[in-house]
Structure formats: C-alpha cells, structure tokens
Design a protein around this ligand. Structure first.
Ligand SMILES: Cc1cc2nc3c(=O)[nH]c(=O)nc-3n(C[C@H](O)[C@H](O)[C@H](O)COP(=O)(O)O)c2cc1C
Length: 176
C-alpha cells in the first residue's frame, strides 16, 4: 500500500515535516512517497499564466496523488492560512483537476509553535478539502511544537498529546 506524505511548507527545517515523520514511524510496512514541496516550485499562479499551459510540476503533484492509496499531510500555518508554497501548488493543481485529492483517504495534521497548533489552517482545510476530493478520515493539531516535540528523537514529549495522536494514527491505519 502506497502512502503519499508531505508537509504544507517549503521550510528546510519544517516542524510539520517532523510531525509527518513521527506519524510515518507507524507505517513501516507501507511504501512511502515523502514529497518535498520545494520540488514543486512553480511561478505564482495567475489566470494569465495558465493560458500558456500548466507547469509539469502541477501534473507531477496530481500524478503522485493518483498513484497513492492514502495521504498523510501536515499543514503549516502562515497568517492564519495555508503557506504560499502549498497554496501555489494547490491552485495550479486544482486548475488541471478540481478533485485534487482524488478521493484518497487523508490523515490531516497541523502544528505550529503557537497554542492553537495551526488550528486555523486546519479548520479551513477540514472544511474545504472535501470539495476538492479529500476523504478526511482523521485530523490532529499539535500545539506548542517547540515544547511538545523532541526533534532529535522525532518524538512527542507530552504524554496526553502523544496518546491522542497515536490513537488517531492507529485508527487511520486500521481503516485503510
Ligand atoms: C509569515 C509567517 C506567518 C505565520 N503565521 C502564523 C499563524 O498565523 N499561526 C501560527 O500558529 N503560526 C504562524 N507562524 C509560525 C509558523 O507556524 C511556524 O513558522 C511554523 O514552524 C511553520 O511550520 P513549518 O515549520 O512546518 O514551516 C507564521 C510564520 C511565518 C513565517
């Protein structure tokens, strides 16, 4: 079974990528395709640019989704919304195929250093990703990443949060 995983961030030190890697520790028997949004760098979307066609990277992103059986993604939050890096990929891809997520089961996560853990971008994605073909099975926002995550060990340090995420990960895995 193929899992497509990515963080909605272009940061080389992405905290959301760390969270994705933590969840992936429970998917050792799966075939993992861990995407880096930097590999999908495209000009900023515009309705004028799209008249000249769609960048190969947008097609590649859709192809990667099409080839997977499930998606694990963790969205970074910038100014209460998607990062520009994620939104650009999403915008280009949505113009080729509006059902970007292609009905794939999705585990949707977010984290940030703040106490809401990217809860705003999570709320937006939770509400609207289904309109773009997402089958969101589980969601989890990790608050206060710096306090609650050990990057060296790829481990959640707060026992209650770890237990909550592990439970959701197990449920997502079970449902696949
Ligand atoms: C331009 C900008 C805007 C941000 N806005 C928010 C925000 O609205 N909410 C929040 O919780 N964190 C915000 N942050 C902090 C990010 O959550 C933090 O940088 C986090 O590490 C981003 O995730 P990443 O490391 O996966 O890229 C912002 C950071 C930047 C650079």
């Amino acid at each position: 079974m193929k899992i497509l995983a990515f963080a909605g961030s272009s940061s080389s030190t992405s905290r959301n990528l760390e969270l994705v890697k933590y969840v992936l520790k429970d998917f050792t028997e799966h075939d993992i395709n861990l995407l880096d949004l930097n590999d999908f760098d495209m000009p900023v979307f515009s309705v004028d640019r799209e008249k000249n066609g769609y960048p190969q990277a947008a097609h590649d992103f859709l192809k990667a989704i099409g080839e997977c059986d499930a998606i694990i993604c963790s969205l970074a939050e910038h100014n209460r919304s998607y990062t520009a890096a994620f939104k650009n990929v999403f915008d280009w891809a949505s113009r080729i195929h509006v059902k970007v997520w292609q009905d794939k089961p999705m585990f949707l996560l977010s984290t940030s250093p703040g106490g809401y853990g990217g809860g705003n971008v999570m709320a937006t994605a939770q509400k609207f990703f289904p309109q773009f073909g997402a089958d969101i099975r589980e969601t989890f926002s990790l608050p206060k990443f710096i306090e609650n995550f050990d990057v060296e060990k790829t481990e959640i340090t707060a026992p209650d949060l770890k237990a909550a995420l592990d439970e959701k990960t197990a449920a997502f895995k079970q449902g696949l």
